[in-house]
Design a protein. Structure first.
Length: 724
């Protein structure tokens, strides 16, 4: 059975080979005329300049954090200095995941624009293949990194040791360093990229579309190159690092709990640890198969339904195949009966939990699509409220965002309860692993949107025929919906993963539960619930301040550069790119520091139980806030886009530049930092704080030993459920 372990990194390598082949295919497509290539080069150079500046700053952070982790490993007999190496490897892999996405996106955007001159089907093929490179590259790196590092650590610490041994415990605890490195880079990449893209987007919209009355992505707008660069650094590189971290954290949480899982006959072997890694590996194979289903006919008209249907076919196909394969994998790997912390469950229960996870992911995507897609009640309600002005548009969007938390939370709560009934806490974690198994496909669907958005910008700036922009706008509109559903999917998986990490933290910190009747624990709960709000405030404020600088610069250029509005003067695009780059690098540090330092301070000052209350508050608050911001922003965006093709309200049709359209632009501007900066960061925030807590748990135990006399009488969740 242990020989299957070597298949995991092998599938990771296979995924990377397939990624390389598809990357080369994208590169061989026609890049269009000289003007298109020139604009594409501007975008690529700006994107790489940002990435270089960001990674330079993050290199210092990685070095300092690795040194501190190494010192912690040397000073604590329950840890090991090699956690620092695992941290560095995780950080490097996360950065590479973002780099892969950036490279393919800046190649695919101009080629998608050129393909749109031929047909919608060809444009979809190029943009989706670019997204698939991103998805398979991220998943391949995650599976390769986790599988290979686990093999190496096992050979170092526990070549012959039992799963329940201290050596195996240390092996997996060192592996948490890999996840910590991945999530740390993901947070900074997502926040920094989100600040960059929305500062440019808001600045470009406010001065270009609202004040000057020129079209979106008009080459006369100095911020338009920065806006297109932002699509790559925020929605591609940031998102790639984000889902890389989520993918790794989910698998790791299940491995941590799998180490504690034993069989009734005392023989479970490595199967509960291997299972999440093997599910992730199988998910890559079925995601590759799923990409083959994503196609539309050349005869397809210009409508979003056909494109959305094609993407859904690929997504659902990979999910169904993963579910079928998981059944046989569970039947082969696991013994009939297993036990975790006194809770017994069967291998069929484990499979049931995987199905619950897949259902939760699917339902979350469907619900999010409903709340953010064009033509549905939520978006239409915002469109109608745009007729009466900017304020009612904002009110409508806020209301829809708040309403959109109702069904997802019920689905998520049902998923947690259902997966627990199936297989206890291991069931909750394996449900998250099942949900994340098709991350490659989810990310491919998500990443194609920014590529299509960039393609539309290039088409506009290159003055291509109007029908080209119409095709890219179809893809972009679908991309807005898939981006929103992807974020809903990510926040749901983050909630399940955080619960699994929380359970692992409780075990390692040697406490039996969290007693909220204690004043200090209850205080920790409230402080934890506050953290997502202050984090969001800092991120949104950073966007606002950077956007103000961008607006002032664009206004200056409109006034001072002769002939800019006539098209004879050339805008200084590099000045706007520099503003976004500098603002994002500076302003991403404080939110990131809060996420990393707050659990460290709470844990070392007040102990493990208070830290547990803190994590519980942050998780619930972060999940709700993330859903609200993602869905409100997505609905505002597609309400604005609906006006571009014309909407009929009470017998009157409204188009671009109408007063309702201007109100919708304001709503979209407010929603931009919601859906692309602070909202998507919530899932990283809650997982990162849980992983930091897991890493420092052995040191907290040493500093604050649990009171055995008190902890033994506390009922655990397993005992309470068993009594019921």
């Amino acid at each position: 059975m242990e020989k299957l372990l070597y298949a995991i990194p092998a599938i990771g390598v296979l995924s990377l080979i397939y990624t390389l082949l598809k990357f080369n295919w994208v590169g061989k497509q026609d890049a269009g005329n000289d003007r298109m290539k020139e604009i594409s080069n501007y975008i690529a150079e700006g994107a790489m300049a940002f990435l270089k500046a960001e990674y330079k700053v993050l290199t210092y952070f990685v070095i300092i954090a690795a040194i501190l982790l190494g010192v912690m490993g040397f000073s604590n007999e329950n840890s090991h200095w090699s956690i620092a190496i695992a941290f560095v490897i995780g950080a490097v892999f996360s950065a590479v995941a973002g780099f892969i996405g950036m490279r393919v996106a800046t190649k695919a955007n101009v080629r998608t624009a050129q393909a749109a001159r031929t047909s919608l089907s060809k444009a979809l093929k190029v943009s989706f293949t670019g997204g698939a490179v991103m998805g398979l590259g991220v998943s391949g790196l995650a599976v390769l990194g986790l599988g290979a590092l686990f093999i190496v650590l096992k050979m170092m610490f526990a070549p012959e040791a039992a799963v329940s041994s201290h050596e195996m415990e240390m092996t997996i605890e060192v592996l948490t360093g890999f996840s910590l490195g991945a999530e740390s880079i993901a947070l900074f990449a997502r926040v920094g990229g989100g600040i960059y893209t929305k500062a440019a987007d808001v600045g470009a919209d406010l001065v270009g579309k609202v004040e000057a009355g020129i079209p979106e992505d008009d080459p006369r707008n100095p911020a338009t190159i920065a806006d297109n660069v932002g699509d790559n650094v925020g929605d591609v590189a940031g998102m790639g690092a984000d889902l890389f971290g989520s993918y790794v954290a989910t698998v790791l949480a299940t491995m941590v709990l799998g180490r504690e899982t034993t069989a009734a006959d005392n023989f479970a072997g490595f199967s509960p640890i291997l299972l999440p890694m093997l599910i992730a590996a199988m998910g890559i194979i079925f995601s590759i198969i799923g990409t083959l289903f994503v196609k539309v006919s050349d005869k397809t008209g210009l409508n979003t339904i056909a494109v959305q249907k094609a993407l859904n076919m690929g997504n659902w196909g990979s999910i169904v195949l993963t579910a079928i394969a998981s059944y046989f994998l569970v039947q082969y790997l696991l013994p009939e009966t297993l036990s975790l912390r006194g809770h017994e469950f069967s291998k069929n229960g484990v499979f049931g939990a995987i199905i619950v996870g897949l259902l939760v992911g699917t339902l979350m995507s469907i619900i999010t699509e409903y709340y953010t897609a064009m033509g549905k009640r939520p978006v239409n309600s915002i469109i109608r409220q745009s007729v009466t002005g900017h304020a009612t548009n904002i009110i409508g969007g806020l209301a829809i965002g708040m309403e959109s938390t109702f069904l997802p939370i019920l689905v998520l709560a049902g998923g947690i309860y259902g997966s627990y009934l199936c297989a206890g806490l291991y069931g909750v974690s394996i449900a998250a692993a099942g949900m994340m198994a098709t991350t490659a496909m989810q990310l491919a669907i998500d990443a194609f949107g920014p590529i299509a958005d960039n393609a539309g910008g290039i088409a506009e700036m290159s003055e291509l025929p109007k029908d080209v922009r119409e095709k890219t706008d179809i893809l972009d509109a679908v991309g807005n919906t898939t981006a929103a559903t992807g974020k809903g999917f990510a926040i749901a998986s983050a909630a399940l993963t955080s619960l699994a990490l929380f359970a692992a933290f409780v075990g390692i910190s040697k406490i039996n539960g969290i007693d909220i009747y204690k004043a200090d624990v209850l205080a920790g709960l409230f402080v934890g619930a506050m953290i997502p709000f202050i984090f969001s405030s800092l991120a949104i404020r950073a966007v606002g301040e950077a956007a103000m600088s961008m607006v002032e610069e664009v206004r200056r250029q409109f006034k001072s550069i002769p002939g800019i509005m006539e098209g004879t003067g050339k805008p200084e695009y590099d000045k706007c790119v520099a503003i976004s780059t500098q603002a994002s690098i500076k302003k991403m540090m404080l939110p990131g520091a809060i996420a990393i330092l707050s659990p460290i301070i709470i844990g070392f000052v007040f102990g493990a139980e208070v830290l547990g209350g803190f994590l519980a508050g942050a998780t619930v608050s972060g999940v709700l806030l993330g859903m609200f911001q993602n869905n409100a922003g997505g609905a505002w965006d597609n309400a604005k886009k609906s006006f571009e093709s014309g909407v009929n309200i009470n017998g009157e049709t409204y188009y671009k530049k109408s007063e309702p359209h201007k109100a919708s632009v304001t709503g979209d501007t407010v929603g931009d930092p919601f859906k692309d900066t602070s909202g998507p960061s919530m899932n990283i925030l809650i997982k990162l704080m849980s992983i930091v807590s897991l890493v420092i748990a052995p040191s907290i135990v040493k500093l604050h030993p649990p009171d055995a006399a008190k902890t033994t009488v506390k009922p655990t969740i397993e005992n309470v459920m068993a009594k019921r």
